[in-house]
Design a protein around this ligand. Structure first.
Ligand code: GLY
Length: 348
């Protein structure tokens, strides 16, 4: 048998048949990873970025029906991918410099220890689902660009124009006003165009069996250089799951997250005993120390936004940002938008 895992293995784990899904509280050891004390969640928990209230509500409903954690997380974020009014994810997402929407996504399934990702995917509304197909049906982790699109089309995904009137107008306005020396005549703006928006949705789920999954999906940095891939499809940056420990994921400036492998780092902090919130704060501290001076203000505070969201196997959850914000959480009973922990007060 090669290292190729069968789809049957995934489905078996998803329905609780494999040993991985039957972990009991006690001491467990991940493959090649330090031992970890496992206290197992007794509730279904979902945590997401602030735009993910509908995602965690949906994930909570599906988990209550016994749906697998990865499917629950993806069905949650799909709401955002298909929403033309969310200009940071999927359909209606802000395009790159050339007016082309390029989407990134990745996911991990804790019980089977499998991952899938797509980068710079054009023309498909739901990159999170395509990432799941990479996880399910291939021996690879990440497909990008034209290859990712052909892969999706081969499974019957429909190619569609991902620009909405709103995202097209937003791009045309940016192009017209991008600089004094270009050949485009400036147009009035109804809103400031800087800083360039990043937007993304991350969702991390643990169920009452202690099984864990995570997914992150995005249209990436608005007006990016064509071909730019952010942190969202990078396993260990955009999201990461270890079924013995927990899951974490991120939204915000992807380049800064990639520099510290933030989702992996957050899960590793939880492995060493930090709560999800403390682990997320520690990761943000690391990001600050890893940042080039041009990215920090005169007091050494980040000029950009970055957030981490995390759940532990025990069902604890939390999120952290540089400046006060909110995230979305389903705590086993209801969905809400709690405050994040944060490193700095905003200037008044
Ligand atoms: N975190 C989303 C991105 O930078 O593309």
């Amino acid at each position: 048998m090669t290292d190729k895992l069968s789809r049957r293995g995934f489905l078996g784990a998803a329905s609780g048949i494999t040993a991985g899904a039957m972990l009991v509280p006690g001491i467990s050891r991940g493959i090649g990873a330090p031992a970890v004390h496992v206290r197992q969640s007794s509730k279904n928990i979902a945590v997401a970025s602030g735009n993910g209230l509908r995602a965690v509500t949906k994930a909570g409903e599906l988990l209550a029906q016994g749906v697998d954690t990865l499917d629950a997380a993806i069905e949650g974020v799909k709401i955002q991918e298909l929403d033309p009014n969310d200009m940071s994810v999927g359909y209606g997402g802000r395009p790159n410099e050339h007016g082309v929407v390029q989407l990134d996504a990745s996911c991990m399934h804790g019980p089977t220890r499998r991952a899938g990702a797509v980068g710079a995917l054009e023309g498909i509304k739901t990159p999170s689902v395509v990432a799941k197909y990479v996880l399910l049906y291939t021996n690879h982790i990440m497909l990008v660009g034209e290859g990712a699109k052909k892969f999706a089309l081969s499974y019957g995904f429909k190619e569609e124009d991902l620009m909405t009137e709103r995202s097209r107008e937003s791009w045309l306005r940016w192009r017209a006003n991008r600089g004094p020396d270009d050949d485009w005549i400036d147009v009035e703006r109804d809103e400031p165009m800087v800083p360039r928006p990043t937007g993304t949705i991350n969702c991390n789920v643990v169920n009452a069996n202690g099984d864990i999954s995570s997914v992150t999906t995005t249209s990436g940095l608005a007006w990016k250089i064509p071909g730019r891939v952010g942190d969202s499809p990078i396993i260990g940056a955009g999201q990461y799951t270890d079924n013995d420990v927990g899951a974490a994921g991120s939204t915000g400036r992807g380049e800064s997250n990639i520099m510290v492998c933030g989702a992996f780092l957050t899960v590793e902090s939880m492995r060493r005993g930090h709560t999800p919130t403390d682990a997320a704060i520690e990761t943000l501290r690391r990001v600050v120390t890893a940042s080039e001076p041009r990215l920090l203000d005169e007091r050494g505070r980040p000029r950009f936004g970055l957030s981490f969201y995390a759940v532990s196997k025990a069902g604890e959850f939390g999120a952290a940002t540089f400046y006060p914000s909110r995230y979305a959480a389903f705590d086993g009973e209801e969905a809400s938008r709690p405050d994040t922990a944060y490193l700095y007060e905003r200037d008044s």
